[in-house]
Design a protein. Sequence first.
Length: 300
Amino acid sequence: MATMKPWGRTLRTLGIAAGMGALPALNFLPHWQWLLQLVVLSCLLRLMVRLPRQQDTSEKVHRLAFIQGWAFGFGWIIASVYWLYIAMHRFGDMPAPLAVVALILFSLFIGIFPGLSLYAASKLRRDSSDTVYALAIIPACFALGEWLRGWFLTGFPWNVSGYAHVDSIFSGLFPLLGVYGTGWIALVFAGIAILASQSWRAKLINFSALVSFAIVCSLLGHIEWSQPQGQPIKVRLLQGNISQDAKFASERVIDSLQLYQRMIQQDSADLIATPETAFPTFMHMLPAQSQPLVTRRAGR
C-alpha cells in the first residue's frame, strides 16, 4: 500500500487543524457548545504532544507547531466572523471577491496569535514530560496568546475560548479568573483528558482527576463572590430590531429616532441602554424635537 509523502501528511494535519478551529465558532450556540470545545482543544493538544521533542529534531518542529496553531486560529476566526463578509459586501458595497480576500487576510492575521502561542510552547517543551507539556506549558502559552489578541492594536477578543463556559461547569471561575483564566482552566481540563496511559491504574487516576476537577469547578459556581450594595436599580434594554440595510439609510433616520423616542418614553428606569446605532447621526444633527429627550436622558 502506498504511503503518504511527508508534505501530504503535513497538509492533512493542517487541514484537520483548520477544521477543528472552525468548530469553536459554535461557542455561541446554547447548552452543549462547551463540551464540543473541550473535545476540539483535546484534539489540538494531542497534535502538539505527538510532535517530536526538541532534542530529537531542529527548528522545523517549532515551525510546524506554529503552522498548526496558525491553521487552527485561521479556522477559528474565519468561522467566527464570517458575518464581516456580509457587512462589507451587502451593506458596505464592497465587491464580493474583495470582501472574501479581506476576510481571509484578516483571519490569517488574527490566526497568528494561536500560532505564536503553540510556537512558544514548542520552544519551551525541551525535556518536559507530556504531563507538564499538556497541563502547564501549552495552556499557559495559549491563554497568554488569547490575552494578547484581546490587547494588541486595541485588541480583537471576539469568541475567545472562555466565552464558551458561561453556562458550563467552569462558570464559577469567572468571578475569580475572568474570561481568559476560565479558558486557561478549560484547556488544562482538556489536557487531563488526553493523558490516559495504557495501564489501568494510570487510567483510573486520570479519570479520578477529571471527575474531581469537574466537581470542584461546579461547586465554585454555588459560591456568592460579591454582595449587593445600596438599593436595586431598574434597568431597561431597548432593541428596535431595525434591519441593517435600513439602519443608516438617510430616509429612515427620522423613523428610527421616533421609534426609540417612543420606546424610551414608554416607561421610566434608572438606566436605559440602547444599541449604539439607535441614533445614527451626530448629536448636533438630531431633529429639534429629539434633542431635549436625548440630552435629558443622558443627564445633561
